[in-house]
Design a protein around this ligand. Structure first.
Ligand code: PEP
Length: 247
């Protein structure tokens, strides 16, 4: 299994920001792992062109569950492939919160992504209230069960554990808490998709930065990271990728 460092630019970036891609590629930080950036949909094609010949993969942040039709403003998985995407983030907590996305919808989107040949990065995570109530494993177990398609394999599925309260806040769970959740996810995924679960990349996401990346990547069952804010700066993302590559 190759580990994966994935960056989520969210609703940030412009053509001018693609100089960050040039800098990241020039830094060549990823000899031992895979490196992915998911910019806004407007930048998928130009970023793909910019990354040609490098080891940088380009992905999307969402797709529609349907293949085509009257869905104004939406993008199908096949359209993302057409633009150059190899991966798609699905069920990010910001989409679950801002757009009311349920795990059932996330699974339908993941099925559409797999059918189009994309690798689905399915995000799950508890809120702070759920953690405080001792419900973390029940919540993420339920999200995992309902979000992951039955046809998922190690080759087409990545799971990102992202505690909602750690995203963009500078706060992270303890290393023991991350390790507990990732061990649980590996086992639970095994109940869903069998032996394939052993090869599915389990990413941690939530305030990963150059200063904490190495200790997180040293944990068992942490196979990479989904990085928001720190992926916008080539130097920071390159440092995180280098830490993963060395792990
Ligand atoms: C994210 O939104 O997926 C994320 C992990 O953000 P940040 O790294 O900024 O916490």
């Amino acid at each position: 299994m190759k580990k994966l460092a994935a960056g989520n630019w969210k609703m940030n970036g412009s053509l001018a920001a693609l100089t960050q891609v040039d800098a990241l590629i020039a830094a060549e930080p990823a000899p031992e792992c895979e490196m992915l950036l998911c910019p806004p949909a407007t930048l998928i094609a130009p970023m793909t062109a910019r990354a040609k010949g490098s080891r940088l993969w380009v992905g999307a942040q969402d797709c529609h569950a349907k293949a085509a039709g009257a869905h104004t403003g939406d993008l199908s998985a096949a359209m993302l492939v057409d633009a150059g995407a190899s991966h798609v983030i699905l069920g990010h907590s910001e989409r679950r919160a801002d757009h009311g996305e349920s795990s059932e919808l996330v699974r339908q989107k993941a099925e559409a992504a797999l059918a189009a040949g994309l690798i689905a990065i399915v995000c799950i995570g508890e809120t702070e209230a759920e953690r405080d109530a001792g419900e973390t494993l029940a919540v993420i177990g339920g999200q995992l069960d309902a979000s992951v398609p039955a046809a998922a394999t190690a080759a087409n599925l990545v799971v990102a554990y992202e505690p909602v309260w750690a995203i963009g806040t500078g706060r992270t769970p303890t290393l023991a808490q991350i390790a507990e959740v990732h061990r649980f996810l590996r086992d639970r995924l095994g109940q869903n998709i069998g032996a394939e679960a052993a090869g599915v990349r389990l990413l941690y996401g939530g305030s990963v930065k150059p200063s904490n990346a190495a200790e997180i990547f040293a944990l068992p069952d942490v196979d990479g990271a989904l990085v928001g804010g720190a992926s916008l700066k080539a130097d920071d993302f390159a440092a995180i990728v280098a830490a993963l590559s060395a792990a």
